[in-house]
Design a protein. Sequence first.
Length: 123
Amino acid sequence: MTNKELEAKVRELEEENERLKSAAAAEPVVQRVVLPDPSMTPMIPYVETEFVKIKLFKDDYRYKNDLYVGINGKNWWIKRGKEVTLPKYVADFIEQTMQEETRIWERVDQEEKDFSDLTNKQV
């Protein structure tokens, strides 16, 4: 690739980045629970027979917005910091998602540590 082609590609990526930033700034911030692969999750029943009360953590940083959950065409906006009653399968879904997020951050921390150890050995 020539320098002109590289410069054109960089300009193109910078324009795309600015377009995405503008689009993101225009949209309201909403935290969504998204399943990465439906085959990895248990079947969620359609019948709402059991209800539970939950209270989601709330702070002034990452966990300040209400939580949106959509399962099988049904949607919930869950208030953070207040006790709410939900079908048990919705609460289970939120719990599974929180556990997965914890596992992801533990993995990220381990990878950062491994990288740090590797770079310190090379110095």
